[in-house]
Design a binder for this molecule. Sequence first.
Ligand SMILES: *Cc1c(COP(=O)(O)O)cnc(C)c1O
Length: 827
Amino acid sequence: MKDKNNDSESTNREKVEAMKLEIALKLGTIFGRNLEDASKEQMYRATASVLRDRIMQQWAYSKEKVNKTDGKELYYLSMEFLMGRFFDNFIMNLMLQEDVTTACSELGIELKELQDIEPDPGLGNGGLGRLAACFLDSLATLGYVGHGNGIRFEYGLFKQKIADGYQIELPDSWLEHGNIWEVAKPEEPEIVNFGGELEKKMVDGRLIVEQKNCYRIKAIPYDMPVVGYNSGVTNTLRLWGARSTKHLNMGLFGRGQYMDAIEEKELAEVISKILYPDDNHVEGKSLRLKQQYFFVSASIQSIIRKYKKNGNDVRELPDKVVIHINDTHPGLAIPELMRILMDDEGLGWTEAWSITSKIFAYTNHTILPEALEKWKVDMFKELLPRVYEIIHEINERFCKVLWERYPEQWDKITEMAIISYHEIHMAKLCIVGSFSLNGVAKLHSEILKETVFNDFYDIYPEKFKSITNGVTHRRFLLKANPGLSKLITSSIGDEWIKDASRLKELESFAKDKGFQEALAKTRLINKEALAHDIMSQLGIKVDTSSIFDVHVKRLHEYKRQLLNVLHIMHLYNRLKENPDLEMHPRTFIFSGKAAPGYHRAKLIIKLIHSVAEKVNHDTSIQDKLKVVFLENYCVSLAEKIIPATDVSEQISTAGKEASGTGNMKFMLNGALTIGTLDGANVEMSELVGDDNIFIFGLTIDQVDEYWRQGNYHPYKLYEGNPNLKQILDQLLEGFFNQEESHLFNEIYQDLLYGDGSRGDTYYLLKDFQPYCDAHGLIDKTYGNKSAWWEKSIINIANGGYFSSDRTIEEYSEKIWHLPKHNFEQKM
Ligand SMILES: *Cc1c(COP(=O)(O)O)cnc(C)c1O
């Protein structure tokens, strides 16, 4: 045993020495610097290049192995991939944590400092994009070949700054210093056509369709490796960048034409310039449609090209390829594959459709009506004439089927048609064109079957599935919370890292005083680190023995940050009444971006700041309340906040949050949840039991009942509850913002003078008192330390279910049917 230890110590030493040497060499070859005069940025790039060399080898090795097996592959099409930083994730997944940490520290720099240099690419808005990123991690880790396809946005989601309590948006130019992890392949472009006219002719009895006078755009692949945790499979995230097909030719062009040529180049490249900053909201702009078709067309073309390169027959495509469409944004992949099979491969409609309808699987992410995609036929037809024709034909044939089933029921057929009232309904196209449709949590999938897509469920019951979302517990627990991870491993071993269901074994430690104390200690250390960041960013001193109560996610009315604020105002009023009120001190932490055009969400950010300003500076409440807003919520900030959280706020109006994934990250880190019976909260509460989660508020059935009856009367709630009345009156009086006292009037008006179809649409007033009561119970529970930590342990132990590894296994079993590869990491 001792010898073995010595052995591994000496090989570690060799590995560390080799790494130090490599880093020093890179400094020389890349920057012409040595260790003494290198900047931090140069150290980062040198260290990253050392990792990159290893990853490239691993990637090539994985491709070679996979090619030999010739098994089925998955392509995951998504407008968004919210990947987070790569550097520290690669180090973790390559199992190089110790080696790199030691090497760096012996070279005189802390690994942490290097990590913070890498930009955090914001190529997504929130949950949907982060889900795609978690899936890629789990796919590679579990040994599945599943590649991502998306857009290489030059500008990701805006950087959020707060000035005078207001959100300011700044561009996120994440590529400014280059992207060390990508491999550009300008020699493998795909051409994407827009506009023009269709020319049809009959050749040998076959209809040939050609697109003439199109606007042609080049799609350049930029490939990034997706390294699994201690896995031999390295997959590819392929992001497409738009380029002009025209070259600038100074010899041929006169001065004016030269400038025109440059302008045209700019116009082409605008397609992959910037991510639309809307979460759960559609933008019916033609540029958005161009973005979607651009990346979908390039992806499908390159999938077919790769498939055919191996001499395969397109008729057997469904045996070798499955394509997943993440929400309807990549839904044009369906008619695009039809187009290629017919126009390029020469198949007839029936054969092309028989292939296409076996390839695609679609995930629905939301039922909010403002997020369901529709395209105006006129705009669509002009931009994508051939694709429009194909969708039109899909619709004609689908309506024929409907007619046979529901003869003469025109209303029903119009209701279900893919094209109606001069609009193309993307969700309907996706349901008809896919062999599988799934919701992202049990409750959400039921809503799809019973209400939103009930008509389609009648026709295609076999397509409907439910797969509850998950998150990669390696990024959000193992990496983000090293203290807790060590504690877990020392208690149950390290198998949980690749098999999160093993976390269940922690349940036997739930009452263990030693474990509880150790857990409390790791939490305190994480809170101290966050308190330090809060101090240096905002100059606010927070008490690390207070309850850290955290609400971080996109700012959206349905997520009800406003309800949280109302509760804080309520607590403040109680403390003003009675400064000796018995209550454990609380620190309320918010973070989240509002869409730039979403006035109400931005006003709520201002309200949070106004309340914070008043509360934080009022010495009479003896530091019992603090309110903090951390700017620029992103993956790397989430990784800092979540491990320091005591209470996780998941308080959406029941029926509005399809699943949520933030809720899962908190649970895995041992925060206790205060939440509604919405999305995956329902399953969380089933797993831990009512005693270990703070559930409150209207159920979805109660919300629906109000909606149907039209008998919601918020004004009565206001009149009947003096605490609530006080708060709302304070909004009207400008109590929290004396200089601009009218600022929040519109919130007051909306909350009070509505009936549920307008006004207090999200039932804040109805849920206010139950929410306050749930918080009261939290305060009481926190007083009993051992009860609190017991609940926390039970949450961690049951959080394993929400690993995206479990989610991916379910997708593979129920939808994709992928072979699992089991080759070793080549390190
Ligand atoms: C997990 C995550 C989200 C999703 O959070 P929800 O609470 O499910 O809305 C959004 N943004 C980032 C940066 C995340 O990491």
